[in-house]
Design a protein around this ligand. Structure first.
Ligand code: HEC
Length: 130
């Protein structure tokens, strides 16, 4: 009898151990991308076609544009252009500030303020990129 219960305990222990092995591994928590990282990605995916990856106004679609996008490395433009102007042109489009309507609105950024502000900051960093 004693031997039987020992066998039972051993089998039960094996079964429990097997169950543990079947459990999915705990997923490693992944850091959420920061607004700055998201803004950089967004610029590459959505803006670089026209503005160029470095913001120099020479993206693949730029040749077809008239007027063409300006060079974001132009320091005097950065000095003139307020953050408010950048926010407005990016969210509401070129036509909202008297620029080309081909600079499309990005209405989704109106509700994602951290991303919008990080994108404005990203455009500022392009001044010194390279
Ligand atoms: C379809 C092409 C196109 C895309 C895509 C585009 N832009 Fe533009 N953008 C333009 C053009 C053209 C102008 C210049 C309009 C003018 O000078 O009349 C402009 C102007 C701007 C300006 C204002 C520059 C100034 O002279 O004041 C900013 C800032 C800007 N774009 C940022 C962005 C950002 C950020 C994105 C991505 C979310 C983006 N653009 C996507 C074509 C584009």
């Amino acid at each position: 009898m004693k031997r039987l219960s020992l066998v039972f305990v051993a089998v039960a222990a094996l079964a429990i151990n097997a169950c543990k092995h079947e459990q999915a591994p705990t997923p490693t928590p992944r850091a959420q991308p920061s607004p700055a990282q998201r803004a950089q990605e967004l610029f590459t995916n959505r803006c670089a076609t026209c503005h160029g990856p470095q913001g120099t106004g020479d993206g693949p679609a730029a040749a077809a544009l008239n007027p063409r996008p300006r060079n974001f490395r132009d320091t005097s433009w950065h000095a003139r252009a307020t953050d408010e102007h950048l926010r407005k042109v990016i969210v509401e489009g070129g036509a909202s500030v008297g620029l080309s309507p081909l600079m499309a609105a990005n209405a989704d950024l109106a509700t994602d303020v951290p991303l919008r502000d990080a994108l404005v900051a990203h455009v500022r960093t392009l001044m010194t990129a390279h």
